[in-house]
Design a protein around this ligand. Structure first.
Ligand SMILES: Cc1cc2nc3c(=O)[nH]c(=O)nc-3n(C[C@H](O)[C@H](O)[C@H](O)COP(=O)(O)O)c2cc1C
Length: 200
């Protein structure tokens, strides 16, 4: 049974273009995979705390030496990573905020980017360990995306680093423009998302 992990990160709920785009993808994916399971991870409705001193200490402590305090500090990271590995298709919806990734999503990323779990380092080279997944990113931009966009390149770099080679970006751009332009941009992006979901 395939599993789709949908990670939403816009602070807006009603009216969010990135969430709407991801919803269009999800509906089509569910129709194409009736036996498939959709897992929702909304990092705004259920915020992910920043990694702490103990979380980082836990990341670098061998599993057989973890005490109860460090195990507790790693519990959320363990859960998020297990959820990631259990999924075949990962769908991230995100707005661009201040040229970059929303902090709610960055907090999630800091828990799943973990040495020995999602990437390996042998002292010389890094290797991503999250293999064989497809990642779709449904992104919303107030303006047309341009050279100031640190969101798409960042997600591409980060998830590529973790081992995901198959990454597709779906974008709604110009969401602050007039209603007609926004409606056209939304319709075009939704059609692309539906086509992508059929092939996911
Ligand atoms: C705090 C904040 C920062 C923003 N920064 C940018 C930006 O750097 N570039 C841009 O194109 N739009 C920016 N926007 C506009 C949002 O990306 C746009 O409204 C988008 O549609 C938000 O995604 P959503 O519709 O899923 O909530 C910003 C909006 C907010 C609230």
């Amino acid at each position: 049974m395939p599993q789709l992990l949908k990670i939403d990160s816009s602070s807006r709920n009603g009216g969010s273009h990135s969430r709407a785009l991801a919803d269009a993808f999800t509906a089509e994916w569910q129709a194409a995979n009736p036996a498939g399971k959709v897992v929702i991870r909304d990092v705004v409705a259920k915020p992910i705390p920043h990694i702490s001193d103990d979380t980082i200490a836990g990341f670098y402590t061998p599993a057989d030496q973890l005490d109860a305090k460090l195990k507790a500090a790693l519990a959320l990271s363990d859960e998020l990573i297990a959820e990631l590995f259990a999924s075949d298709v990962i769908l991230i919806s995100a707005p661009i905020y201040n040229f970059s990734v929303p902090s709610a999503l960055k907090a999630y990323i800091d828990h799943v980017s973990r040495i020995g779990k999602t990437f390996a380092f042998d002292g010389q080279n890094f290797e991503g360990l999250v293999k064989g997944k497809k990642l779709y990113c449904a992104l919303a931009y107030g303006l047309p995306a341009n050279e100031t966009d640190m969101l798409k390149p960042y997600l591409n770099l980060l998830f590529g680093f973790l081992g995901i080679a198959d990454i597709t970006f779906l974008k709604v751009e110009g969401t602050v423009f007039d209603a007609d332009s926004v409606a056209k941009a939304k319709a075009s992006a939704a059609a692309t998302a539906v086509a992508a979901a059929k092939a996911a």
